[in-house]
Design a protein around this ligand. Structure first.
Ligand code: NDP
Length: 258
């Protein structure tokens, strides 16, 4: 028996990176997956690969998580195609790394629009159905920035702290209705986002080496390693895990001094 057999799962930002790895992992475990992604072309390509490699039921829907109507539309499309949404993975996120006092209002707003409003828009779109059915699981992709601060990365950690707050608040609010809300805090994971950040540094190769040197395991994580945790949290193997966050960072956030 597959671990997520027939669970209808909507994953935001699933065209690439961690979201795509989650979509693959869920499909392999028997879920029907909906890729709710800003870049429709990428989503379609990933959906095709998932279909070919796993035989799962897959749908790509152009979605902007900053717009609640767009997320509602994605949920409606998912329901029409596969039935009620059992699992939501709020994965879409962007890096906005600024110096607080020179940051523009626009930087602040676009960070919160995607990284926090986007998560709420997803929750709000699926919660009424989950609450009514008395079943559901939401997994929010936070970050180790949700409880650790690196100077110069403002306001991303502020939004990610909010994701943990939202996870705990909604997890408690809807626990009596058997809806679980949890988060995952990945450390450095090798995706486009990480490569973009290295490439923005004066010496990208040196920046990458410096990142690797900081890791207790001397490597950064793989998207699949976050996906495995999302499968666990969404599955019936975690029925009493609620309103909490699992860190997937190879131990990095436990280190006091470098
Ligand atoms: P990527 O940038 O590789 O992928 C993010 C995906 O989200 C992209 O496909 C992007 O589409 C999509 N997206 C962006 N904005 C929106 C939007 N408004 N609506 C819908 N989709 C959108 O990121 P990662 O896979 O690295 O990150 C995924 C999540 O994991 C994020 O929440 C991130 O903060 C978190 N995370 C990542 C870490 C890492 O080291 N990689 C570490 C800790 C947390 P498009 O290509 O069109 O922009």
């Amino acid at each position: 028996m597959k671990r997520l057999a027939d669970k209808v799962t909507l994953i935001t930002g699933a065209g690439r990176g961690i979201g795509a790895a989650i979509a693959f992992a869920f499909a392999r475990e028997g879920a029907a997956v909906v890729l709710a992604e800003l870049d429709f072309e990428t989503a379609q390509q990933t959906a095709e690969q998932i279909k070919t490699q796993t035989g799962a039921r897959v749908l790509a829907v152009q979605t902007d998580v900053t717009q609640s109507a767009s997320v509602q539309h994605a949920v409606s499309e998912a329901e029409q195609a596969f039935g009620a949404v059992d699992v939501l993975v709020n994965n879409a996120g962007i890096n906005v790394f600024c110096d607080p006092l020179t940051m523009t209002d626009d930087d602040w707003r676009r960070c919160f629009a995607v990284d926090l409003d986007g998560v709420w828009n997803g929750c709000r779109a699926v919660l009424p159905g989950m609450v009514e059915r008395g079943a559901g699981s939401i997994v929010n992709i936070a970050s180790t920035h949700a409880f650790k601060i690196i100077p110069g990365c403002f306001p991303y950690p502020v939004a990610k702290h909010g994701v943990i707050g939202l996870t705990r608040a909604l997890g408690i609010e809807y626990a009596p209705r058997n809806v679980r809300v949890n988060a995952i805090a990945p450390g450095y994971i090798e995706t486009q986002l990480t490569h973009d950040w290295w490439n923005e540094q004066a010496d990208p190769a040196a920046a990458k080496q410096a990142t690797l040197a900081l890791q207790p395991m001397k490597r950064i994580g793989r998207p699949e390693e976050v996906a495995m945790t999302a499968v666990f949290l969404a599955s019936d193997e975690a029925p009493f895990i609620n309103a909490t966050c699992i860190t997937v960072d190879g131990g990095r956030s436990a280190v006091y001094h470098d």
